[in-house]
Design a protein. Sequence first.
Length: 294
Amino acid sequence: MTPSGLFDTDAQVRPRMRSTFLSACIQRTIAALLLPILLLAGCDQDAMFEKLVPAEEAAAAKDVVAKLAARDFASIEPRLGPNLRNADARAKLEQMAGLIPAEKPKSVRTVGANTMRANSVTTYNLTFEYEYQGGWLLVATLLERRDGKLTLEGLHLVPNRQSLAVANAFTFEGKGPLHYVVFALAIAIPLFVIYALVACARAKIPRRKWLWLLFVAIGFVQFTFNWTTGAWDVHPVAFALLGAAFAKAGPVAPWIFTLAFPLGAVLFFLIRPGFQGEQPAPAKAAGTEGESLR
């Protein structure tokens, strides 16, 4: 089933058994180590995300979807913005209504919320995930409040076979070699930078040690990696503290890994021998060593 909307916004047996067993063990070990961190991060993100959702506008958007499911197009059309009031509006609403199952949703979850204000106009970009018996429906709405009046400026529906929480879950199942490389570097680079920071703090740098500490702590040239899709990008003029990070934009958004080259840490270890150069030996007292006449 294809998406529809009033606007387009945008998816050898023993060796093999041994390899599979080792891979499964590695995945379980990594999952056990990361699970507490990911659960804590998820709880914090859920709480923070709920504060970003405007209650009144979210209720208005859900009401539009309910009217659409009931095929009450006459109640929706007055809410449409000027750009959507055209001869094709009714046909597009009917097309979208066909994507909504003829049953009450099991659950409705807000998965995206963004509010933008410009002068006297406020725009709300709200995304909801509806769960039904046979699948999920992603609904993206664009609302605009101007002069106290709230209008619908965009509506987009996408049926899905699985929820975003499952699709964007952190897992190694079905992942390729690049995922393992990115994950390994996301652990190795910060450890290397921290080791360099400790060594830098202990080094006898003659002056401006704090500049060296700052230089070592920052990674340069960001590499971003989408864990769900495997898409990656490079940002030449960007920095990352400790050379790596991972985060997601919302509770069910994909995990984004960020890697950066630890230039400061590498240069420090290359230059460190100069900081630790041998001090000249103190002059020895006359007569304590040398030739003597006997």
